[in-house]
Design a binder for this molecule. Structure first.
Ligand code: UDP
Ligand code: MG
Length: 312
């Protein structure tokens, strides 16, 4: 029997309502024979939930021995959850899915059919619309992806979800990236391999609420840029260079003017403006530098990506 094993990895943070629905949806599909080409294994990750997610895990895993779970000592973020889930997975194929059914399980058979041919190492998905999302958020998101692709060499696709099915080879590649600042869209894009993209329309979550505020997303975007591009550092140098050039031209102009017209003392207001501008740019560049330094600092501490409270 060479039936392949598919591990379904589900990072969960306060998903006590959504998770049972999610599990039911998968079991339903299995009963209908839609997942016939594979055996299933579940890895649920409780990312320090404050509700009863862990009890839900315990309950489900008592009924179904194919369910394994990890519970973190606190909230470490979805990225850490994905990492822990991948580490615990044993399947030939692994798929990462959200607990809120925003990643339609109905796509699984198609993903399996692509990955089963052996032609692809990874079947990834992207949302083609951002229905049900505030318009400014969509606007910022689109700008972010455009910028990101210009300044980094990881292939980061607009609307790409973490919902993707991968072979063991890709899972191992991702696990080999042990960095602490895990920007998963960047990591998936960075590892490469043969990827097939599937598209779907946005689905709203079945229960509970999103964990992303606009501010959280903004910080996440900055983290992504710092993790996968050094362009802001180059920008700082270019800024500096331009400033030097301008200053040099000014010096010459002022020397020549003084020699021709003498030295009437005026121009203080403009001086103040220049000082403010230049010191502003300096602080900005220092901030950029500091951002990279801070990330380096965190990486060198070599802290674990997550800590386990309980697992099965
Ligand atoms: N999640 C997590 N840790 C967090 C935040 C979210 O494990 O700190 C999980 C969450 O339970 C869900 C998935 O990541 O399964 C996606 O989260 P959410 O639905 O809030 O994000 P959105 O779909 O709105 O992008
Ligand atoms: Mg969601």
């Amino acid at each position: 029997m060479d039936k392949k094993l598919l591990t379904i990895v589900v990072p969960c943070y306060n998903e006590q309502e959504a998770l049972p629905l999610f599990y039911q949806a998968i079991i339903e599909m299995e009963k209908n024979g839609e997942l016939a080409p594979v055996d299933l294994e579940f890895v649920f990750v409780d990312d320090g939930s404050r509700d009863n997610t862990l009890e839900v895990f315990r309950g489900l895993s008592a009924q179904d021995s194919r369910i394994h779970y990890v519970s973190f000592s606190r909230n470490f973020g979805k990225e850490a959850g994905i990492y822990a889930g991948l580490e615990k997975s044993t399947g030939d194929y692994v798929v990462i899915m959200d607990a809120d059914l925003q990643d339609p399980p109905a796509m699984l058979p198609e993903m399996l059919s692509y990955i089963g041919t052996g032609e692809y190492d990874c079947v990834a998905t992207r949302r083609v619309d951002r229905k049900g999302e505030p318009p400014i958020r969509s606007w910022f998101a689109r700008k972010f992806y455009r910028l990101m692709n210009k300044i980094s060499n990881a292939d980061i696709v607009d609307g790409a979800r973490d919902y993707q099915m991968m072979t063991r080879k890709v899972v191992d590649a991702i696990l080999a990236m042990k960095e602490y600042n895990r920007f998963s869209k960047g990591i998936f894009g960075w590892v490469g391999f043969r990827r097939k993209w599937l598209e779907f329309e946005n689905v709203e979550r079945v229960a509970g609420e999103t964990k992303w505020s606009f501010w959280k997303l903004f910080i996440y975007a900055i983290d992504g840029i710092v993790a996968f591009s050094t362009a802001p550092l180059i920008m700082a140098s270019i800024f500096g260079l331009i400033m030097c050039l301008v200053a040099f031209i000014f010096i010459i102009v002022i020397i020549v003017r003084t020699m021709i017209f003498g030295d009437p003392t005026n121009g203080w207001p403009s001086m103040v403006c220049i000082i403010l501008l230049v010191s502003g740019i300096q602080l900005l560049c220092m901030g950029i530098l500091g951002e990279y330094l801070a990330k380096t600092y965190l990486e060198t501490k070599n802290r674990p990506i997550y800590l386990v409270q309980e697992e099965k």
